[in-house]
Write a protein that binds this ligand. Structure first.
Ligand SMILES: [Zn+2]
Ligand SMILES: [Zn+2]
Length: 144
């Protein structure tokens, strides 16, 4: 692939471009597939036809990892972090288990759901922004 900042050819898995020191997909100057010059607002490369990739697009369009993590830690038993990530059904399950199950089990079920939320919140916070986007926003992994 090519660095989208300086246009040099770089290793496919390079996190940082060795020529310019910038994340290869952080800028919008060159096509990552063929290395031709691109304009900032271009979506598709006019030379090779691939969709131009950009990490800043991903991060601004994605849900906040920090917000999801903190919601999981503080309000995990109510499934608020799942609603936040758009996982409605798992969110409702956590909410109902906590409230109805919590009444029946004198709070034990709510404690269990709270622990799950806490663990999930911590898992979210340990992911990189890119991983968080891949796993929870794009692939919608609903539990852990
Ligand atoms: Zn570069
Ligand atoms: Zn191209």
């Amino acid at each position: 692939m090519y660095c989208r900042n300086c246009g040099n050819e770089i290793n496919e898995n390079a996190e940082i471009c060795p020529s310019c020191g910038v994340k290869p997909l952080a800028e919008k100057n060159f096509c990552q597939n063929c290395g031709v010059e691109t304009k900032t607002n271009q979506e598709i490369c006019v030379k090779c036809g691939v969709k131009l990739q950009n990490t800043s697009n991903i991060l601004t369009s994605s849900k906040s990892k920090i917000a999801a993590g903190i919601l999981g830690i503080l309000l995990g038993s109510l499934g608020i972090h799942k609603f936040y990530l758009g996982y409605t059904v798992p969110g409702i399950i956590m909410l109902l288990v906590s409230i109805i199950g919590g009444i029946i089990t004198l709070g034990i079920a709510a404690g269990v759901m709270g622990t799950i939320g806490l663990i999930e919140g911590i898992i979210y916070l340990t992911k990189t922004d890119e991983d968080f986007y891949e796993i929870y926003v794009k692939n919608k992994k609903t539990w852990f």
